[in-house]
Structures are given as C-alpha cells and as structure tokens.
Design a protein around this ligand. Structure first.
Ligand code: 6R9
Length: 592
C-alpha cells in the first residue's frame, strides 16, 4: 500500500474514474454494472460475492453470476410492470438476498433505490414512501399488512408492492404481487440502458434533529468514490473477506455494505440477524474475515460482553478493523486494538458525502481519538463561525477559514467529489444553504492539529455553552469512558439561569460496578481532574442503556428532551433497547 503522502500526490478523481469499466459501447456509468456485470464479463462470475448468513440456517453463497442474473430478473420484472427509468423503488425488509437483488436490479433499470430500515413503524414508512414518491415497494407480507396497508390510500405514487415471501393472495389487490414468480417469469439477462453519470441512483433518508427526514440524492457517479475509498481506506484486495455490519437502511450499509465491496470484487458477509456478541465473534472466526467495518457503539457492545468471550475465538484472520458513525473514543479504540490485535481505524463521513472523507490509514500511525486525515482528492477546511453559529465572511463575502491548529470551527469540504450529494429531495433551499462559497458545510465542529490530523468536537446542534465555555459533549463522554467503571456516556447541557447550561452525564456502567453515590463522586472527581471543573459534569445519572439511532449514534437531543420533559420530536430512527437485541421483527418465512 502506498503511504499517505504519495497517495495524495498522485491522486486524481479523473484517474480513479478510469479504474471503472463504464457501460459497454460508451453508454455511460452505472453502479450495478460496475458492481456485478463487469465481474462476469471479466471472468470472475463464479466467485462468491455475498455469503449470506440467515438468522437461523446455514450460510448461502451468492456468486457474481447469481447477483447478475437475479438483479437482471428484478429489472425485467420492473419493466414488465411498466417501470422503466427514474422510478423510485424502496425496500422494507431484513438483510435478505432479495434486498440486494432489488437494489442492484433497480439501478440496472434506471430507477432510484431507497432502503428503509425494516424496524420502522407505519408512520416513518409512510412518510418516506410519500416523500420519495416511491413507485415500487419490496417487502414482506407481514410488513405490508402491519405498516403499509392501512395507509395505502394516502400513497398515490405507490403503484406496486412486491412480496418477498409470497402471500399476495391475502390482499386481493392486483397491485400487490408475489416477487418470486414475477422474477421466475422474467429473463435473467438485462441490457442496462444508457446511464448518465449524473442520473439519480440512490435516495437515502436521514433524519434531521427535528421535523421531517431529509431525502439525500446520490447519482451513479458516486461509484467512483465508493470504489476508490474501499481500496484506499479499507485496503480491499481480491482475496479478501469483508464484513460491514451496517444495515442498508443506514448509508454505511449501502455504500460499504453493497457497492464498494462488490465493485472491488471482494467477498462480503451479510448477516440477517441483529447484534449478538457471540454470533459476531463466531462469524469473524469461521468466515476468516480480513476486514471488519462497524460502528463504535457495536465495539462498545462487544466490550460489554467481556474480553473473556472474545478470547475463546480465533480472530487471527483479521487485518484491519474500521469504524464510523460516531467518535471512536480512545478507550474503545484501545480495547478493540487489544482484542482484535490489528489497527483500528476511525473513519468520518455522512449520508451527504456518500463515502469516507476523513480517515486513518493502515500505512500511517493512528492517533487515538482523531478521525484521521482527508482522503486523497478531498480538501477539508475549517470555517470560522460567529456566536450564532453562522459562517463568518470576509470583505469579499468569502467564508473565513481557520488557519491555526487547535481552533474550533465548522468542518467543511471543498465541493466536487464524485459521491457528493446532488440535492435534498424537494428542498433546494436547504441544499443551497448547506454550501458557503466553494465549501460544503457538514454541520460538525472540529479542529485539526499541527500534523493535519482532524479531531471531532461535536454536532453543531449538540454543543453546550456553559459559563462562557463552548463544550463538545464528546470530550466529556470520552473522559468518562476512560474510567474503568464506564462503558458509555451521553452528555447534555441542562439550561441554567446563572451559567447558561450545567453539564449532565448519563452513564452506563460495566457489569463489575454498582451505581452508588460514592462511584458518582469518584466519576465527577475523575472528570474534573481530566477536564477541569468548568467542563466536568456536575450531575451524573446511572442508566442501563442510552438511546441510540439505528446507526448507533447517541441521541443526545432525546436525553435532553426527557430530562427537561420536552417534546421528544421525531423518534423514527430510535433503536429499540439493545438488551433484547431483537428489532422486534419476525423472520421471513421461507422454504429452502
Ligand atoms: C456515515 C454516517 C453523519 C454524522 C456526522 C458526524 C457523525 C460519523 C464519525 C462521526 C465522529 C466519526 N460521525 N462518523 N462523528 N467521528 N468517525 O454516519 O452518516 O448517519 O449521515 O451521520 O455522524 O456527526 O456528521 P450519517
């Protein structure tokens, strides 16, 4: 692998583009062609592309040929129903092969693919189907009956529902069809139509802190970034087995759970089941996983399950572990490095960026707590903000960039990379507002150090103003998790008439500690020593779990709303408590 400096010097997006095949006869660029058909044309069709672990039964292999044929059948089935270009197709399903075939088949057919979390309830589903003007929904009979049926009349755009597990007869509705016979009747070859790199391909919903979710639009050109970042950061090689634990309902599970590994020809693990520490270690061991991409919250859940459990498995196949979604605190990083005995690389990106933008690299020293350095081809900047959080402009009206290491500003990226989002659906104003001059504003606060490593400070909205200090919850949480009693902490500012806000922490303890007043005092003492009295929490509550989004982010605004007895806002992305580890969904009944 090339070192960072060399990579940066030699990197051009135009050149990364030439590593892709492009559609035959100069018909453009299509994600699904790069992900599957290309491998078949180049003689790799028999290789395993996805090794699927159903919830209960033995794993099943899908080769690139299988994916090519299955996705073609899906595209033909769509065409048969009259969906030929620009149509929105959503999945509301667990991580089963049909989800992956639907994703790839939709892209082949010129449609726009939207994955929804299977655990969403009726309201969030209806809202997204409506906002996304979804024409075809791929789901199970059970989801349809429980979540969509009663709202069907409010969804005029929804023309067809395809049931993965059959049972359409129950609904006595010509627009509700069984997927399997529709696919079986369709041809397994499909010629992908001309695809402009700027054609829409993916629509991901990401919830704002309040109000309606934003629909983030990506185009086929994004595959250039999916491909390159997989090689540069995740170090994909042809013989690798890769496991991205994210559900496609979160952008990570699409960019790195579908597109990037397939385009790079690596074998991917897809696990239908939800988190289970023992199961995860077993998969890592038995599948000889080389590269593991997960979230800090999952690493902390593994940590909670104890090092003893980890020690009973042979994890020696691993070459690197990477994480995304939240800051990877130095304590969790050290734990993971110890247990997996490989470099653990934090990576930073967003739904809007489509792919990894800032990362640590296998070839470079890791700075614990830092998200690393910008990818080659990516220019990161730090914009100066005024007291109201607005970008400060110079006399020419250009945003002022922070030049000094250590100062805090808003993380911005110079626009123009291939996987940059091309819009918020129906919210052009909001899209325009997320740019300042040539910069895309991420809404995250950060700083950089003398060596160009970037450090996450917090979401702009989560920042706490207390006694004249600006405090990012992450630095307080990170100090708390350093204490051996603490697995996870969530920190908020509680409004206070005198000092603006009092820092309050919600703390999850490891199994070895009891929630006592004495421990509370000790933790406050520990935090004061680490952070100073102005930044240390004044109050600590012991809790058994913190509220997380389905992508594993601590929902600080919910902690705050509950603390203050305020409206809890949009909770559609709230993850069910980890304890039972079930999303409350039953397995899709299927015979095999
Ligand atoms: C891929 C994804 C984006 C937000 C982002 C930031 C937070 C992601 C992070 C991180 C600290 C990291 N975030 N990675 N914060 N360190 N390595 O997560 O997309 O769901 O849109 O969230 O997640 O706040 O702005 P998305």
């Amino acid at each position: 692998m090339e070192r960072y400096a060399e990579l940066q010097a030699g990197f051009l997006w135009e050149r990364a583009r030439t590593e892709l095949a492009g559609l035959p006869h100069g018909r453009g660029l299509n994600i699904a062609y790069e992900a599957v058909d290309r491998h078949c044309h180049e003689g790799r069709g028999a290789q395993v592309a996805i090794r699927w672990h159903p919830k209960r039964d033995d794993p099943i292999d899908l080769s690139f040929d299988d994916l090519a044929r299955g996705s073609s059948r899906f595209a033909n089935a769509l065409a048969e129903l009259g969906h030929v270009g620009g149509h929105g197709v959503a999945t509301l399903a667990g991580r089963t092969p049909e989800l992956y075939l639907a994703a790839l088949g939709t892209l082949k057919s010129g449609g726009v693919f939207t994955p929804l979390f299977a655990a969403f309830g009726p309201d969030p589903v209806a809202m997204r189907l409506d906002l996304g003007r979804i024409a075809v929904l791929v789901t199970t009979a059970n989801h349809y009956r429980r979540k969509v049926l009663s709202k069907r009349s409010e969804l005029p755009f929804l023309r067809h529902v395809l049931l993965i597990d059959g049972g359409a007869g129950e609904f006595d509705d010509p627009t509700v069809l069984d997927l399997e016979p529709a696919m079986a009747a369709a041809a397994d070859r499909f010629e992908i139509g001309p695809t402009d790199p700027e054609d829409r391909a993916l629509l991901h919903f990401t919830s704002g802190t309040t109000g309606t979710p934003k629909g983030v639009i990506h185009v086929h050109e994004a595959v250039v970034a999916h491909a390159a970042t997989g090689r540069i950061v995740l170090d994909f090689g042809p013989d690798d087995t890769f496991w991205c634990t994210a559900d496609p309902g979160w952008v990570t599970g699409t960019s790195y759970g579908i597109v990037s590994p397939l385009v790079n020809g690596v074998r991917s693990i897809v696990d239908e089941a939800e988190f289970d520490a023992e199961r995860w270690y077993r998969i890592l061991q038995d599948e000889r996983v080389d590269v593991f991409y997960t979230a800090p919250t999952a690493l902390r859940m593994l940590q909670r399950a104890g090092a003893d459990l980890a020690a009973t498995f042979d994890l020696s196949s691993l070459r690197l572990v990477a994480s995304v979604g939240e800051p990877l605190d130095p304590e969790s990083l050290a734990w993971a490095q110890d247990v997996f005995d490989v470099p653990v690389l934090d990576t930073w990106w967003q739904t809007e960026t489509g792919g990894i933008m800032i990362a640590n690299y296998l070839t470079e020293p890791v700075r614990p707590g830092s998200m690393g350095r910008p990818l080659p081809g990516i220019t990161a900047g730090l914009l100066k903000l005024d007291a109201d959080g607005a970008v400060e402009l110079d006399e020419r009206g250009e945003p002022i960039e922070i030049e000094a290491a250590g100062d805090i500003g808003e993380l911005a990226l110079e626009s123009g990379w291939p996987s940059m989002f091309r819009g918020y659906l129906d919210q052009e104003d909001r899209y325009q507002r997320s740019f300042a001059g040539r910069w895309y504003r991420t809404g995250d606060l950060a700083r950089f150090d003398e060596d160009g490593y970037w450090w996450f400070v917090g979401r702009n909205d989560d920042l706490i103003k207390s006694a004249g200090h600006l405090i990012g919850p992450f630095e307080v949480e990170s100090a708390l998790t350093e204490h051996p009693a603490v697995v996870e902490a969530g920190v908020i500012g509680k409004p206070d008439p005198t000092i603006g806000a009092v820092i309050k922490a919600f703390v999850v303890l490891t199994g070895d500690y009891e929630p006592t007043d004495e421990l509370r005092r000790k933790l406050i003492g520990h935090a004061r020593k680490r952070l100073g009295p102005a930044v240390a929490p004044r109050e600590i509550d012991f809790v058994t779990d913190l509220p997380h989004t389905r992508s594993g982010k601590i929902m600080r605004r919910l902690l705050k709303a509950r603390e203050l007895g305020l409206d809890e806002g949009d909770l559609s992305t709230l993850e069910a408590p980890i304890a039972g580890q079930s999303s409350g969904e039953e397995t899709v009944g299927r015979s095999r």
